[in-house]
Write a protein that binds this ligand. Sequence first.
Ligand SMILES: CC(C)(COP(=O)(O)OP(=O)(O)OC[C@H]1O[C@@H](n2cnc3c(N)ncnc32)[C@H](O)[C@@H]1OP(=O)(O)O)[C@@H](O)C(=O)NCCC(=O)NCCS
Length: 178
Amino acid sequence: MTSPSWSVRRPPALDDALIDQLAAVLIDCVDGGASVSFMHPLTRDRAVAFWRRVAQGVAAGERALLVAEDALGVCGTVQLSFDLPENQPHRADVSKMLVHRRVRRQGLGAALMQAAEQTARDCGKTLLVLDAVTGGDAARLYERLGWTRVGDIPDYALFPQGGFCSTTVYYRNLDEHG
Ligand SMILES: CC(C)(COP(=O)(O)OP(=O)(O)OC[C@H]1O[C@@H](n2cnc3c(N)ncnc32)[C@H](O)[C@@H]1OP(=O)(O)O)[C@@H](O)C(=O)NCCC(=O)NCCS
């Protein structure tokens, strides 16, 4: 078996170069039709503004960002949000799992999620929650990795080119998957 061509790390801060590359990954995903909060076309300015807000959250310790990099630069990312009510100190939300189309279907999505789960454990979290487009590539990934499906919310969001999509909510109890 060949070893993966990427490595995953948790940068303590995001500089302009990293923000630029993360923006490129986000734009690629939206161009590819992913429903990840943005409508098409996603301009570089809007994408950079999004990652600058993420950078503030990382600096404030409110979120953890993981990035995957290969020889061409950033090719994937995922986040954990810890900015939750005080009665949920054991929980984190997983968001913005993004893999550039040039490296899809090689196991990076699974590797990023496993890294996110380990990061959550390292931060003392025992419960993770996320949602994904019903029946999409991400939903299939989470079900394959053993996440528990809670249910669907019809017409939750729009696809980037328009048209409603349903979302499916998932959770994972990390105590049960040590
Ligand atoms: C969802 C997403 C993150 C998955 O990333 P990925 O890196 O392609 O994920 P993986 O490679 O781990 O798995 C994807 C598929 O490739 C297959 N695969 C993994 N390694 C493989 C390999 N070496 N050879 C062939 N197939 C492989 C997996 O079995 C899986 O198959 P399936 O979709 O038929 O179940 C990616 O499609 C993406 O970024 N989509 C757009 C953004 C998005 O929707 N994000 C989710 C927000 S909730």
